[in-house]
Design a protein around this ligand. Structure first.
Ligand SMILES: O=C(O)[C@H](O)COP(=O)(O)O
Ligand SMILES: [Mn+2]
Ligand SMILES: [Mn+2]
Length: 561
């Protein structure tokens, strides 16, 4: 990633000693994914669950417990109506600075029209004369991985800039938005495509499937997910065939067990049964998600000549561009429509320059969160002599409400070993249950998941106690603390038969942060002047706990000086 030379000169890597907080204590940094703060309520699974460890942090030391913002502009999203998410949350936690994030950068590039002047668009444009433009991505207004209004603008803009034949490969959501909303999003898209056809552009949906079952796996948890998408999108093969996407989504949802997240793959076929839009030699492909984690695997399959994760059967010669470049270190994909945020001088890089030995761990589904996202969307180490990253394999092939305890205890045991080993100064983990089980909308399972999280926190805090260390327990955004769709007054919306609609998405709620442990200087406590503090204030806080002053361009520390 490009560096800002003025920053290099103004801020040296060497950090000044903190005047009051000493060095040499192990700092345990625990991120509880999807663990927000909301009033007690039967749909607040964190409140309902038995969580004695987390309760004690709040009640035991109120001057070392507070709430911080985890959504909207506090984490670089376009507006304060945007809920937080793992990417922007961990970016802010690790980088200590607030960057305009992908969602906003794409908005700006589309609004100004600059997207069409960039290298990425000019590259794919070369296919427009004789080839098809394929757009693959998540179809919703969730704003976490993509947004339908951005797709709409891109469809219009691409056709105005020469695309004559367009095929959209949709992934239904139901995770960042309500389950069942896929039908309305498909209707909107079909209307737009019909309008394009009136203008002489041959534009159609070609394939689809639910995001969690088709294409959008992450961190190489299950390549079969990407393969299912590949078969439909590239080969034009799927177990279900329909005349159009609306019919497909409506019919597939009729199965009582079906939901948007896990819809099976389908292809759209013509009157003769032929798929209308497999990806062929000479075509252009754009993956229109701006967020990286769940597009990197498909990007590899589309871009890498050598590839052994599944049998691609056919590897079409295409011009491929990502909405953004998803991995700055791997330079993947090599072509992209919008330059990603240049997240630089993260706390991990500073601490590596200052000799801090770091251990980071999570299970597969969140492994990249405490490594890749934490380090500013950078894969690999800053200093491999000082860092160790460990991944516990996640369950595959099941929705997480079936195993709601996930690997919380296993991750905590690894953290405990790392803390007790004396080999690390920082031990950083992500415990996923609040988020991953929360996304299923299953209240009972989420309550079990939250209890498992609390048990994991206890294991880590006990180890910190044993070595005289310091802990920081926080989260990246809300999820499990509110599991129901509410009206404007905050009341759960009930259907005529009294049923509520589960909220599978993240929330706008703040998240807690607690500090403590025997190694924390007596009298150290949170300052009272930063009412609007957010996740980006955590990095400076952690640097202080390692005995360093934070760099001047970081968001201020939460600790009173
Ligand atoms: O990718 C996902 O699972 C959801 O869209 C967002 O969840 P995360 O931001 O917690 O990963
Ligand atoms: Mn998260
Ligand atoms: Mn989530």
């Amino acid at each position: 990633m490009a560096r800002r030379p003025e920053l290099e000169e103004a801020t040296p890597w060497k950090l000044a000693d903190h005047p009051r907080l000493g060095k040499g204590k192990v700092v345990g940094v625990v991120v509880l994914d999807g663990w927000g703060e909301a009033p007690p309520d039967p749909f607040n699974c964190i409140h309902v669950a038995d969580t004695p460890t987390m309760d004690a942090l709040r009640k035991g030391a109120p001057e070392r417990w507070r709430l911080i913002k985890a959504h909207g502009t506090a984490v670089g999203l376009p507006t304060d109506d945007d809920m937080g998410n793992s990417e922007v949350g961990h970016n802010a936690l690790g980088a200590g600075q607030i960057y305009a994030q992908g969602a906003k950068l794409v908005d700006l590039a589309l609004a100004s029209g600059k997207i069409y002047e960039g290298e990425g668009f000019k590259y794919i444009q070369q296919s427009f004369e004789t080839g098809t433009l394929h757009l693959i991505g998540l179809l919703s207004d969730g704003g976490v991985h993509s947004r339908i209004d951005q797709l709409q603008l891109l469809l219009k803009g691409a056709s105005e800039h020469g695309a004559k034949r367009i095929r959209v490969h949709i992934l239904t959501d139901g995770r960042d938005v309500l389950d069942g909303s896929s039908v309305a999003f498909v209707e909107t898209l079909e209307n737009d495509l019909a309008k394009l056809r009136e203008k002489g552009v041959d534009a159609r949906v070609a394939s689809g499937g639910g995001r969690m079952y088709v294409t959008m796996d992450r961190y190489e948890n299950d390549w079969q997910v990407v393969k299912r998408g590949w078969d439909a999108q590239v080969l034009g093969e799927a177990p279900h065939k329909f005349k159009n996407a609306l019919e497909a989504v409506k019919a597939l949802r009729e199965d009582p067990k079906a939901n948007d997240q896990y819809l099976p793959p389908f292809v759209v076929v013509d009157e003769t049964g032929k798929p209308v839009g497999p990806i062929m030699d000479g075509d252009a492909v754009v993956t229109f998600n701006f967020r990286a984690d769940r597009m990197v695997m498909l990007a590899k399959a589309l871009e890498y000549e050598t590839f052994d994760k599944f049998d691609r059967v056919r590897f079409p010669k295409i011009r491929y561009a990502g909405m953004l470049q998803y991995d700055g270190e791997l330079k993947l994909p090599s072509h992209y429509l919008v330059a990603p945020p240049e997240i630089e001088r993260t706390s991990g890089e500073y601490l590596a320059h200052n000799g801090i030995r770091t251990y980071a761990c999570s299970e597969t589904v969140k492994f990249g969160h405490v490594t890749f996202f934490w380090n500013g969307n950078r894969s690999g180490f800053f200093n491999s002599n000082l860092e160790k990253y460990e991944e516990i394999p996640s369950d595959t092939g099941i929705p997480f409400n079936e195993q709601p305890k996930m690997k919380a205890v296993e991750v905590a045991e690894k953290a405990k070993d790392a803390i007790l080993s004396g080999k690390f100064d920082q031990v950083r983990v992500n415990i996923p249950n609040g988020d991953m089980v929360g996304h299923t909308g299953d209240l009972e399972a989420t309550i079990i998941g939250c209890k498992a999280v609390d048990e994991a926190v206890k294991i880590i805090l006990d180890a910190i106690e044993q070595v005289g260390g310091i802990f920081v327990v926080t989260s990246d955004h809300g999820n499990a603390e509110d599991m129901v769709k509410r009206d404007k007054s905050g009341e759960p919306i009930r259907s005529k038969d009294g049923n509520v609609q589960p909220l599978t998405s993240h929330t706008l709620n703040p998240v807690p942060i607690a500090i403590g442990g025997p190694g924390l200087a007596s009298g150290a406590r949170f300052r009272k002047d930063l009412a609007d503090a957010g996740l980006a204030n955590v990095a400076a806080t952690v640097m202080n706990l390692h005995g360093f002053e934070a760099p001047g361009h970081y968001e201020p520390t939460l600790i009173e000086s």
